[in-house]
Write a protein that binds this ligand. Sequence first.
Ligand code: BGP
Length: 472
Amino acid sequence: MDYKQLAPFSPDFLWGASTSAYQVEGAWDADGKGRSVQDARINFPEGTTDYKVAADHYHRFEEDVELFAELGLRAYRFSVAWTRIIPDGDGEVNPEGVAFYHRLLDALLARGIEPVLTMYHFDLPQALQEKGGWSNRATVDAFARFAKVLFTEYAGKVRYWLTINEQNMMILHGAAIGTAGDSGDPQRELYQQNHHMMLAQAEAMQLCHELVPNGKIGPAPNISVVYPASAKPEDVLAAADYNAIRNWLYLDMACRGSYNPTAWAWMTEKGIAPEIADGDLEILASGRPDFLALNYYSTATVAAPLGTGSDVGAMGGDQQLAVGEEGVYRSVRNEHLPVNEFGWEIDPVGFRSTLREVYDRYRLPLMVTENGLGAFDTLEADGTVHDRYRIDYLDAHIEQMRIAVTDGVEMLGYCPWSAIDLISTHQGVRKRYGFIYVDRDEFDLKELKRYRKDSFFWYQQLIKANGSATRD
Ligand code: BGP
């Protein structure tokens, strides 16, 4: 549908930007912090850095928050490192870790920036991992306890809470993100982990409503609509199946407290359905989100599977590249879409479709907590960074989000990835996303000086105009 005129963004729309603890903070063992699975990780791709120093935000957060304020951010989405708060995951609380996030929150609030706090973003305490991680049901209790500490400490300072970042990607790409266990049946193990994370999330949502007056909480999966490769009925069905497995399994559980029937049938067929203990269904039904957060980078396109033993069209193994599955769907390249330097398809219209679809299904306000373009930026001799490609990407997505608002989607805010350069999940520091350039290489830390990119000034203007500068 085309519109003669687009609806405006609401005056209190949360224009923000995002980061996550292990990718930005560094200071991996400072002030009593325990090791997380990301600190313990050894399988970094050749030539890429670990997370020990990252952007050193832990030591430079005041300077960074000052820059965020200059950028005009109305919200900042960040994650708390579980291992700063409870170093071994389920033992003593570390007062220095707790104090760090108080300082960060105070700095944000003093500048009128609304904090959006992710409780857990890929960085499970290594001590819990050694006890079985999410395969061990005790991790559910550990998470609930951690959640209680966060709610009690930060209730007066944080209104918007996110439970688990991209739970669906931790399950779908467990091997790449580091959640896959070492049992002989990784997929079965992953879906048991998924069940445990669902329980943990439901408990956290319930606790938030008890402990945080005016608190709002939601999940933060990576959601994107799945297109059928053609109008062939079998392709359409394959897309519906993958939509259920990739998206609705997670959001149905968060919003409706029950398993998506198609996803459940798929798990049963494959023999990977989780064990459900007495009382689990009640716990799952007891948690309700107040809003839905979602990360969006790209769409996926799939076709009907071919016969046994045939190609499933695996396109790689990271969070945006669908891997096909025999008998279910075949991943295909969408010839209508360009790709970025890392092979991710770029699809702003798919962003509008995704927002509409999610809102139609669940009727809860939406917040975008990631969207952005990873690229190799160049710092010029005069300290400028000309990242027109990033501006184009963000501008096209914001335009489609505005059309989605005109379609009737209730949007709370938009927090692109990322506020400042940080370490990518798979491709080191060279794959940059930030509005602020951090001068370091993979192994040469230089001075970690901050520079404003062209996208910084562009986003600053866009926020000032409440998102309408370039198109009214
Ligand atoms: C999301 C993660 C982020 C971030 C982003 C970009 O899946 O939630 O942590 O890493 O993707 O991905 P990458 O860093 O692999 O380019």
